[in-house]
Write a protein that binds this ligand. Structure first.
Ligand SMILES: [Zn+2]
Length: 157
């Protein structure tokens, strides 16, 4: 899902569970639960776009995520807890970025036979969360995402 969707749920979690360790673990877990709902995000069609464009979109999405989290939740629980828990919620996607940045390209789906140890490691880290990742196309994948975020916001109220 988009970083903004993950950050909204992270903010709701830290508002409900004020202990930063508990909130961070829940936020980290929420990432995989949310990603298992079929959805669209900036990673969905990355093969049809330049890597620079996807990178710029990812950075913009991350800036938007933190901005929204601070506006909605920092006043209530403080900037530091919101920052920590948002990082925990976004971390699974950041762990995937070395594969995208250094090794992946549109025609390559996995490391080649002569791939380095670093490439294999990056691929393994990328592959693991993708077992949970269910994709849907825009706009349906955006609606499922809004519904998922709404569900968590109501649940955590
Ligand atoms: Zn994700």
């Amino acid at each position: 899902m988009t970083a903004t969707a993950h950050a909204l749920v992270a903010g709701a979690i830290v508002s409900r569970f004020t202990d930063p360790v508990t909130a961070s673990l829940l936020a980290f877990g929420s990432h995989y639960i949310m990603d298992s709902v079929p959805h669209w995000d900036f990673g969905t069609n990355w093969r049809g776009r330049s890597k620079a464009a996807t990178g710029a979109l990812a950075i913009a999405d991350t800036v938007c995520a933190f901005t929204v989290a601070y506006i909605l939740f920092a006043g209530k629980v403080g900037v530091v807890p919101v920052t920590i828990v948002t990082i925990a919620a976004l971390f699974p996607d950041w762990a995937e970025t070395p594969w995208y940045i250094f090794f992946a390209h549109p025609k390559k789906h996995e490391p080649g036979t002569h791939a380095s140890m670093w490439e294999r490691l990056a691929y393994t880290i990328y592959k693991f969360p993708n077992m949970f990742h269910a994709k849907a196309q825009f706009p349906l994948g955006l609606f499922t995402q809004i519904a998922t975020v709404a569900f968590f916001l109501i649940l955590l109220q």
